[in-house]
Write a protein that binds this ligand. Structure first.
Ligand SMILES: NC(=O)c1ccc[n+]([C@@H]2O[C@H](COP(=O)([O-])OP(=O)(O)OC[C@H]3O[C@@H](n4cnc5c(N)ncnc54)[C@H](O)[C@@H]3O)[C@@H](O)[C@H]2O)c1
Ligand SMILES: [Zn+2]
Length: 391
């Protein structure tokens, strides 16, 4: 994949504008230290001239709400913050309805802009609210976790969960812009930051060998959030996501490469009831399993799987599959909403920077799951309670 040229690393700390090319729905991702204090200016530039409703959660509101309000007010823009609870529970019809009730109660009109200030949970929920209220009002993503900055805020997938599975109700709805302030990651719990790095490693494997090598060489400074390295991580990850989404907005074939590590990752999240692993941690294990599978299928040499595993381990992400029967994981994989014709597809690296998408036989999956498993904590049987649910 050819990437747009990035600024030299000496300038990387300044700022970047990354286009997401989608015809009439095109927009830019802006990355800049301190951008939170310039949100008002950016939204004015985009033509906002009325009211903004900011959707956030209590943690993010307490940390950053006042700064965003101040920035909007400085531009003469009215704004109010609505909070939803912390955590995945907020991605529900109940909280979608609560937001819609609030918008209707305030008689918000079509020129009201909705700002999602928070992680992927807030972004997905606010995105769905924006896409449905009055058949669509302008949406701006202001992601505050690494997962949201490099993944969830870009590409227009919105959604809430249903009791039968995650993200089953949603829309494709693009934001007007994505405003990324890397400095907000300083307050992110370290486990959340590391989970985001799994998606970052994913981008290197699926599309950019040089970026993967950069991560191998600088992972210590990336973990410390050193400014230049962090900017490179954000710029490259966002550029790759933007390119993939531009080529395939609605998840046809091309966008499937973004699912590297997710076939096994989603199954692990499901069988452990979404409690044991952060999404990124499950994806890290999924990447290790898929890269082993690729070696076992003769699609790549052993060094590819070893390098992925080493980088994952250096990020302090899990590397050993839990002691869950391979048959249970395979059954859950088959129930995934992305499964076609009962075939389980895997995104498999052929070398660092290149992947292929193939259906894989159960026996082959079983072999790789067993060989990826080592002596990690066994999954208790109660953790398998959700094994029948789809993701
Ligand atoms: N739409 C997409 O394409 C897409 C892609 C990936 C993930 N997702 C969704 O995103 C969600 C996960 O997102 P997430 O990992 O950002 O989790 P999250 O939104 O739950 O945020 C994680 C935690 O970090 C806290 N937080 C957020 N920003 C903070 C900050 N700057 N400082 C301190 N604490 C902060 C939050 O309050 C929360 O406790 C899942 O629901 C997933 O389905 C969507
Ligand atoms: Zn993911």
């Amino acid at each position: 994949m050819t990437l747009p040229s990035l600024p030299p690393s000496s300038q990387a700390a300044i700022s970047a504008r990354i286009p997401v090319d989608l015809g009439a729905r095109s927009y830019e991702i802006l990355i800049q230290d301190g951008l939170l204090d310039r949100i008002g200016q950016e939204l004015r530039r985009l033509g906002m001239n009325s009211e903004a409703i900011i959707i956030s959660n209590p943690v993010v509101k307490r940390l950053y709400g006042a700064r965003v309000l101040k920035s909007l007010k400085a531009e003469g823009l009215r704004a109010t913050i609505i909070t939803v609870p912390e955590g995945e529970q907020a991605k529900s019809m109940k909280w979608l309805n609560a937001i819609l009730d609030e918008l209707l109660g305030r008689r918000c009109e079509r020129n009201t802009w909705l700002l999602a200030l928070g992680g992927g949970v807030v972004g997905d929920l606010a995105g769905l609210a924006a896409s449905t209220y009055l058949r669509g009002i302008p949406l701006v993503q202001v992601p505050t976790t690494l997962v949201a900055q490099v993944d969830a805020s870009i590409g227009g997938k919105t959604g809430v969960n249903h009791r039968l599975g995650k993200n089953l109700i949603g829309t494709f709805y693009q934001p007007r812009t994505v405003l990324i302030d890397p400095l907000v990651l300083k307050t992110l719990p370290v486990r959340e930051y590391r989970a985001g790095l799994a998606e970052v490693i994913k981008y290197g494997v699926i599309a950019d060998k040089e970026f993967f090598e950069f991560l191998e060489q600088h992972i210590g400074l990336v973990l410390e959030q050193e400014s230049q390295r962090l900017h490179r991580v954000l710029q490259t990850s966002c550029s790759i996501k933007a390119l993939v989404v531009s080529a395939d907005e609605r998840e046809g074939n091309r966008r499937r490469i973004l699912n590297f590590g997710h076939t096994v990752g989603h199954a692990l999240e499901t069988v452990t009831g979404y409690r044991r692993y952060k999404h990124g941690e499950a994806v890290a294990l999924g990447m290790i399993a898929a890269s082993r599978l690729s070696v076992e299928l003769g699609l790549s040499d052993d060094s590819v799987a070893r390098r992925i595993r080493t980088l994952v381990r250096e990020c302090n992400l899990p590397t050993d599959l839990p002691n869950c029967p391979a048959g249970v994981l395979i059954r859950v994989m088959r129930q995934d909403k992305k499964v076609k014709d009962q075939q389980i597809y895997f995104v498999l690296p052929t070398e660092i920077g290149h992947v292929t998408v193939l259906p894989v036989q159960d026996s082959q999956i079983r072999g790789c799951l067993t060989s990826t498993r080592r002596s990690s904590r066994p999954a208790r049987s109660s953790r398998l309670a959700h094994a029948g649910r789809t993701v």
